[in-house]
Design a protein around this ligand. Structure first.
Ligand code: FMN
Length: 338
């Protein structure tokens, strides 16, 4: 099966089937802020800006890595990019492996013509690094004008997928090499099974600049592979992994590099909770590709605006004038006897 067909099927299945975690959640329902009846601030002056990898963003949101590599992906990526640039948030592109294998697929990742300023993250799989030189990886970044490179860790998907790459022996070493040799920062990311603190510490020591924990609670790659090719193990491993909230709690207590929260993040309130738990940015995939599919750029911007409002309400009611305050906001579970 060609890589183009595979990439197209992933998007089609994500849009048409129920592919989110079904027995586990991301964990946000168990995180509750303490409510303040006297906010002591003007709602219109709430500052939602965030600095991440030396760039200032209007909102602490990211449309995480999803697509590219088949013809229809060009329109999806361009619309995601236009919306991300308009709203001042980060954008990730899907795996660029297809581009290395077939040069004419480059255009499906090219968004700089419509979004010259958006903070753009390229993407390649950790297990694929063994097949390419640093020069080739650098070309992925320079060909599309990316500001950072996401290296995805998807051993669950590769393991359940019949044609998956199952030799992960040198993945860490290769990630370290890319971090040393690349001209832009590297972000390590999971794809929905979560990064625990042990792995986060390893990634930090390899030189990655940020980590997207991408935990269980949203898109399940076991589910996608089960629908795509009847990958039988997908049924057993549908909910495999560490929840996004667990990952944040573990990783924020262990690593110093900034964290992105994705995996079942579905509202501005979830982003507020993620920031309280130590993330710098809250991101999502599925809600934004669904919004793009339903209503194009207007659909994506409406979703971002909705999240913005929800984030601001959470900040208002927790006396958080900015994201630094939000990070210290009180939770119901915090001890009240101080
Ligand atoms: C259709 C689709 C395609 C994806 N493709 C990629 C990819 O190419 N590279 C990657 O790192 N993650 C990919 N992901 C995973 C997301 O970046 C993210 O880690 C995961 O979907 C969890 O977020 P969500 O629950 O908000 O969807 C994809 C997700 C979706 C829904």
């Amino acid at each position: 099966m060609g890589i183009e067909t595979r990439k197209m099927e992933h998007v089609e299945i994500a849009l048409k089937k129920k592919i989110e975690a079904r027995e586990k959640t991301a964990g946000f329902e168990s995180v509750h802020f303490k409510h303040y009846s006297l906010p002591e601030m003007n709602f219109s002056q709430i500052d939602t800006s965030q600095t991440f990898l030396k760039r200032k963003f209007k909102l602490p949101f990211m449309i995480v890595s999803m697509t590219g590599g088949f013809l229809e992906a060009e329109k999806i990526n361009k619309e995601l990019a236009v919306a991300a640039e308009l709203e001042g948030i980060m954008l990730g592109l899907g795996s660029q492996r297809a581009m290395l294998e077939k040069k004419d697929l480059r255009k499906t990742f090219n968004v700089r013509d419509v979004a010259p300023k958006v903070f753009l993250c390229g993407n390649i799989g950790a297990v694929q690094l063994q097949n390419y030189s640093i020069k080739q990886i650098e070309s992925l970044v320079s060909d599309i004008g990316a500001n950072a490179l996401c290296i995805h860790l998807n051993p669950l998907q590769e393991a359940v997928q019949k044609e998956g790459d199952k030799n992960w022996q040198n993945a860490s070493k290769l990630i370290g090499k890319v971090c040393d040799g690349l001209s832009v920062p590297v972000i390590a990311k999971e794809t929905g099974a979560g990064i625990n603190s042990e792995v986060a510490l390893e990634l930090e020591s390899l030189g990655v600049s940020a980590i997207d924990v991408s935990g269980v609670g949203g898109t399940s790659w076991s589910a996608i592979e089960l629908f795509r090719k009847g990958a039988k193990a997908g049924e057993q491993f549908w909910d495999w992994g560490n929840s996004t909230v667990d990952c944040l709690e573990e990783c924020s207590n262990s690593v110093k590099i900034p964290l992105i929260a994705s995996g079942g993040v579905r509202s501005g309130l979830d982003v507020a909770k993620s920031i309280r738990l130590g993330a710098a940015i809250g991101g999502a995939g599925l809600p934004f590709i669904k919004a793009q599919n339903a209503k194009g750029i207007a659909g994506i911007t409406a979703e971002i605006q909705k999240w913005k409002e929800e984030l601001k309400i959470a900040m208002f009611l927790t006396r958080s004038k900015n994201l630094e305050d939000l990070r210290k906001a009180k939770l119901e579970s915090d001890c009240c006897c101080d």
